[in-house]
Design a protein. Structure first.
Length: 103
């Protein structure tokens, strides 16, 4: 995710910060998820299903097996036990988007 890390000599370095591993399932969007993506007018190429965490937000990136995914929309279930992350694949060095799919 975008963030700042402290530099040894003082100051900050802007860039991507790593978070602990994410356990989940990556799959092609189907059914209701595909319809939600259409309503967002976003290009969604994958959905990641994982445990709910409030920290997930549009524009954050995840990497798996050399593929970088950018979250387009996080969709929690009603009980907030699971979350579906609608994602698009991006190049690792692609600029950060605003999360609205206009990137």
């Amino acid at each position: 995710m975008p963030g700042r890390t402290r530099i040894r000599g003082g100051g900050w370095d802007e860039g991507w910060t790593e978070r602990p591993g994410l356990w989940g399932e990556i799959r092609a969007p189907t059914g209701r998820t595909f319809e939600a993506a259409a309503q967002l007018q976003a290009e969604v190429s994958a959905e990641i299903v994982t445990r709910y965490r409030a920290a997930y937000a549009a524009g954050q990136r995840l990497e798996n097996a050399g593929v970088t995914y950018e979250i387009v929309a996080p969709l929690p279930d009603n009980t907030r036990s699971m979350i579906v992350l609608l994602c698009k694949t991006v190049k690792p060095d692609a600029p950060i988007t605003d999360g609205a799919g206009a990137g």
